[in-house]
Design a protein around this ligand. Structure first.
Ligand code: OAD
Length: 229
């Protein structure tokens, strides 16, 4: 059974109405990334950071998975390929689209994390700085999101899957944020075939054996149809 590792980024959720990160103004939903996506930003203004992620969580709750998420779920459900989705996205649109084998390397909006003891629990719709940890009782609750300067989750597992894969596919990511941006080079070194599916050329396009460009809701279902033909 062919093993396929699929890396996804913000571009796969763009047509579900979730904004991508690298807008031309360099801001993320009108905020500087340093203010809302770093441990230092959280320490400086936890209320702002909670408000920011509460708004992101509400936007994701109101969004629906699109044809690209659903196509990846179909590829997995078909059973002829072993599919692992590694997503940089903190939304749950892969799961709601039907994917079962998903790693959230940058965390998830659906998670709460205690900065004091490391306990994790399902995030309520609205989180506050004063929420206390259900395990240790300390009010040090933060979103379970990997911020800049922090180590992404489950990296050993991802690298092991990548090296053992037959095909690595990168969908809707600009290739600017490491370590995910380096997966294509890791795959090439391991002799794994590589395919990019993105709206436009990314920073890493030259590393891929093949690149197809267009909106995810068109090019991802088209690729899955070919795989299942
Ligand atoms: P980016 O915003 O950097 O890149 C999104 C990519 O998707 C771009 O290359 C777009 O061309 C492409 N794109 C946009 N619309 C698309 C569509 N409809 N179909 C296909 N592709 C489309 O987002 P990421 O690469 O995911 O990290 O960003 C990586 C990480 O940087 C994020 O996980 C986040 C961010 O800062 C953390 O929060 C830790």
């Amino acid at each position: 059974m062919a093993k396929i590792v699929i890396l996804t980024g913000a571009g796969i959720s763009a047509e579900s109405g979730i904004r991508t990160f690298r807008a031309e103004d360099g801001l993320w939903e009108e905020h500087r990334v340093e203010d809302v996506a770093t441990p230092e930003g959280f320490a400086a203004d936890p209320d702002l950071v909670h408000r920011f992620y509460n708004a992101r969580r509400a936007a994701v709750t109101a969004a629906e998975p699109n044809a690209a998420h659903c196509a990846l779920a179909d590829l997995e459900a078909d059973g002829r390929h072993e599919v692992l989705v590694v997503t940089q996205n903190v939304d749950d649109l892969h799961e709601r689209g039907g994917s079962r084998h998903v790693i959230h390397m940058h965390g998830t909006l659906n998670g709460a994390l205690c900065a004091a003891c490391g306990h994790r629990w399902p995030a309520p719709a609205v989180m506050h700085r004063t929420d206390s940890c259900p395990s240790c009782g300390v009010p040090a609750t933060r979103p379970d999101i990997v911020w800049f300067g922090e180590m992404p989750y489950r990296m050993e597992e991802i690298w092991t899957a990548l090296r053992a894969a037959d095909l690595f596919v990168s969908i809707g990511t600009s290739g600017n944020v490491y370590p995910a941006a380096g997966f294509v080079q890791d795959a090439v070194r391991a002799g794994v075939e590589t395919l990019e599916l993105n709206l436009e050329r990314s920073s890493g396009t030259r590393w891929f054996d093949t690149a197809r460009h267009g909106p995810a809701t068109e090019i991802v279902p088209a690729w899955v149809r070919e795989m299942l033909a």
